[in-house]
Ligand binder design. Structure first.
Ligand SMILES: Nc1nc2c(c(=O)[nH]1)N[C@H]1C(S)=C(S)[C@@H](COP(=O)(O)OP(=O)(O)OC[C@H]3O[C@@H](n4cnc5c(=O)[nH]c(N)nc54)[C@H](O)[C@@H]3O)O[C@H]1N2
Ligand SMILES: Nc1nc2c(c(=O)[nH]1)N[C@H]1C(S)=C(S)[C@@H](COP(=O)(O)OP(=O)(O)OC[C@H]3O[C@@H](n4cnc5c(=O)[nH]c(N)nc54)[C@H](O)[C@@H]3O)O[C@H]1N2
Ligand SMILES: [Mo]
Length: 760
């Protein structure tokens, strides 16, 4: 498979600037031009992430109670412009382009074509989508769904839809009889949900945004703030200026973690000055974090054994379980082994240990660099181990700060989008709505892929997202999708998933969050939850992209009305008329988290849903916080072998997941192409490769199926030996569905075993 994601003009040169600064302003201006957005979009930016404004559709970073006048970032602004584009994909567009043709378009061009305007039904005879009336679409989808075994129907959700829509979606699936509710979290922070839950009894981060004002060190693993949560750069910069020690673990040198120019600071902008961020930068091997953290733990325990005063033995004795096993493992594991597995020198691990030992309040931050590994749970457990040693949880300035992805991905789990029966309030549903919800475990993303692949699944409904492109194994999954009986996509923009229709296939276009959502009771607001478990209102005001669009709640209600026998306890139509009634229903289902939901909607900085671990109440089996001695020292899940490299799949600075805004990965100096493989000098020398050579990557496990990507250009990059980098989603073709995290089933996208083949 070859992705033609190369534009004419390719330049590759090291980026010399800081993150932020004029570069981000320039990048913004380019997006404005590209999307042909008018002054209305620019005016909207002033309302982004403000009380009574709309919450950014990009990432889940927190929204401060006292926002900056321009509380948005380069990538948030790109996401806004992308949604407010003046371009439209109308029925005429589909008349002009068959699906066969559209499948040859790159991801960027599909979404760049503009906002979807009409409900569309696939016509196999002409291989085109054809406009259809909403009622007819709902009727046929409902009629088809009535024919299936509900346990074979998938209700996927990408993490953007509001709490109101998500609650309705989960309820719809369960009333229908399906608990197959995979969401993007299954590919993302599910490792956190499982790993933190088992270790500290809470599935989410424990810190508040203002803990960054109180910490004295940050241990920062596998997350790229400049690209994926740029507003985080402001607290990071403030921390750096305060003298907080920031210790980074990442195989790549990410610019936002090295230095940052605040585009909202006139002095820094005028002088071109930047603030250095990381005080230590450790380039671990991909999958090397367990060993790196074990090295730190080993150093700390040795220091405590010899001098005392390092481990908080009082906290350990009162709050934790399992310390001795971890300490024994740390003492016994030789430095040579830790050096080999982490790729770091003993002195480096000791230096990080010394920072940790002298810091009173430490925050641990992490992202996909820890969660997307076969042993991702061990990664998360190791972070917990490190933090528990000095009681760095449940007090100001200390705790866990996993950085979540989609703007409401955490919230979707909060309101019932989960395939795990124990995480949904099923008894409460039964009581509130008078039905017997399914009790068996449903399909997560991996199980859904297997069911589609094996022909077990009958229908696939998608609330946002681009499932096919986001999941692994494109070569295997593509034909499988075509065998589904029914595919339904609720979406704002055209993407590749829509181009793999089942026998019957619909695209149902919806309003975006920034747009005015007028219903019978007036203009509606919706809510979401951020990385800090805070819940906010969001109100769109922009004129909708087309008057033929429906809101997401209206679409879910339309589908539900056509699929289910009517139940007076579930007033779909009234809910659509007034989303406040959905919030009342959410409050009834989850009285503790959502007490006085409608009243608290516009609390500045959001209202907190609460978290027992944040006040040292451990909802684990033992009633204590758990140390977990890891069963492995590297997270990759495969052995080393001659010629085998660890491929890290990465996001560029010009994409949001499968949405490719453009071809400029500014901080990495790569412009005009995404078809690259970044490689360190030692690997290049060993493989006899030069800058600009063309190579293929071939998957080096499950070799009975050939998984390869051709036409990649070698880019020399500062990476540890044996670790190479390339872009997601182009490289997903290389990842077998079975290559996923143990327990959490998150795809192991941060170490894929590959070989390099040089083009003849
Ligand atoms: N603009 C923009 N914003 C986004 C997104 C986007 O695509 N674009 N996506 C959103 C979503 S859904 C998510 S989940 C988040 C993702 O945000 P991140 O968690 O930052 O995800 P990635 O960019 O995939 O990679 C994370 C980092 O992990 C490093 N890494 C890779 N392997 C390892 C390893 O083994 N160890 C360590 N220590 N580091 C490693 C990589 O070099 C990279 O810097 O961002 C969200 N925000
Ligand atoms: N190799 C590799 N694979 C990965 C990852 C990786 O790091 N490496 N990361 C994984 C992660 S963390 C994630 S979260 C997944 C992402 O997987 P998804 O969440 O499924 O994918 P997105 O690219 O975010 O979805 C983009 C589409 O969402 C639709 N959309 C946008 N806004 C709206 C809206 O307001 N409403 C509706 N209904 N639709 C909307 C548009 O049609 C757009 O085309 O990918 C995963 N896959
Ligand atoms: Mo994600």
């Amino acid at each position: 498979m070859r992705d033609e994601t190369v534009t004419g003009d390719v330049t590759i040169e090291p980026y010399k600037g800081a993150s932020g600064g004029w570069g981000s302003m320039k990048s913004l201006a380019e997006v404005g031009l590209r999307e042909k957005v008018g002054p209305a979009a620019v005016a909207e930016l002033a309302r982004q992430n403000k009380p009574e404004g709309f919450q950014c559709v990009s990432c889940a970073w927190g929204k401060p109670a006292h926002p900056h006048p321009a509380e948005f970032c380069e990538n948030g602004a790109k996401a806004t412009a992308w949604e407010l584009t003046s371009l439209r994909v109308t029925p005429d567009f589909f008349r002009d382009h068959s699906l066969t043709e559209l499948r040859s378009w790159p991801d960027h061009d599909l979404e760049q074509a503009g906002r979807l305007t009409h409900p569309m039904r696939y016509d196999a005879a002409t291989d085109r989508y054809v406009a259809v009336a909403w009622e007819e679409a709902f009727r046929e989808i409902g009629a088809k769904l009535k024919l299936y075994d509900p346990t074979k129907v998938i209700f996927y959700a990408s993490g953007r839809a509001s709490l109101e829509t998500s609650y309705m979606w989960a309820l719809y699936a369960r009333l229908y009889g399906s608990q197959n509710l995979p969401d993007s979290s299954n590919m993302c922070h599910e490792t956190t949900s499982v790993g933190l839950k088992s270790a500290i009894g809470s599935p989410v981060g424990t810190i508040h945004l203002d803990d960054y004002d109180h910490c004295d060190a940050i241990f920062y693993f596998g997350q790229n703030p400049a690209t994926n949560s740029p507003r985080f750069l402001h607290p990071l910069r403030a921390c750096a200026k305060r003298g907080v020690e920031i210790v980074v673990f990442n195989p790549l040198k990410e610019r936002g973690l090295e230095r940052f120019t605040d585009p909202q600071n006139p002095l820094e902008m005028a002088t071109g000055k930047s603030t250095p961020i990381a005080t230590q930068y450790h380039q671990v091997k991909a999958g090397g974090d367990i060993a790196a953290m074990m090295g730190i733990v080993k150093w700390l325990i040795a220091r405590d054994d010899s001098q005392g005063g390092v481990i908080d033995h009082d906290f350990v004795a009162r709050h934790t379980h399992g310390y001795d096993a971890l300490a024994a493992m740390a003492r016994e594991t030789p430095w040579e082994v830790l050096e080999h597995e982490s790729g770091l020198r003993r002195e480096a691990m000791a230096a990080a240990g010394a920072v940790y030992a002298r810091s009173k309040r430490v925050i641990a931050v992490y992202g996909m660099g820890l969660t997307q590994h076969v042993h991702g749970i061990a990664n998360v457990h190791m972070v917990v181990n490190l933090m528990l040693l000095r009681g760095n949880v449940g007090r100001p300035g200390a705790g866990f700060g996993p950085v979540r992805g989609h703007s409401n991905v955490q919230g979707q789990r909060t309101v019932g989008i989960t395939e795990k029966p124990e995480l949904a309030p099923l008894d409460k549903y039964a009581e509130q709505y008078g039905f017997e919800p399914p009790r068996a475990e449903g399909w997560d993303t991996v199980a859904s892929c297997e069911a589609v692949r094996d022909g077990t699944a009958q229908a696939f409904l998608q609330l946002g997202g681009n499932f096919f492109r986001a999941v692994p194994d494109h070569g295997v999954m593509e034909p499988a999708f075509r065998r589904l009986d029914l595919t339904v996509h609720v979406a704002t923009k055209l993407n590749r998933s829509h181009l793999l229709p089942g026998k019957v296939s619909y695209i149902l276009p919806c309003l975006g969050r920034i747009e005015r959502d007028a219903q019978v009771s007036g203009d509606q607001a919706v809510t979401m939850e951020d990385s800090f478990s805070r819940i906010y209102g969001s109100r769109g005001r922009v004129q909708p992209a087309a008057d033929t669009l429906l809101s997401e709640p209206a679409i879910v209600a339309g589908l539900a009305g056509a699929t289910l026998t009517s139940n007076p306890k579930v007033p779909w139509a009234e809910w659509v008329g007034d989303y406040g009634l959905v919030r009342d229903a959410i409050e009834e289902t989850y009285p503790e988290m959502f007490e006085r939901f409608n009243e608290r909607l516009w609390t500045p900085g959001g209202f907190w849903k609460g978290n027992p671990a944040a006040h040292r109440e451990w909802k684990t089996e033992s009633g204590r916080a758990e140390f977990n001695a890891p069963s492995v020292l590297n997270a990759t899940g495969f052995d080393e072998a001659e010629g085998r490299l660890r491929l890290v799949t990465l996001r560029s600075n010009d994409q949001f997941n499968t949405t490719v805004y453009g071809y400029h990965d500014r901080f990495r100096g790569i412009k005009g192409t995404r078809m690259v493989v970044m490689m360190g000098p030692a690997d290049m020398a060993r493989l006899g490769l030069a800058d600009g050579d063309e190579v293929s990557l071939v998957t080096d496990i499950e070799r009975e199926v050939v998984r390869r990507i051709d036409g990649l250009r070698v880019v020399p990059y500062d990476l540890p030996e044996g670790t190479v980098g390339a872009y997601y989603p182009e490289c997903n073709v290389l990842i077998p569905v079975a290559h996923h995290a143990i327990e959490s089933h998150v795809l192991a996208a941060k170490s894929v075993p590959v070989r390099v083949e040089k083009a003849a």
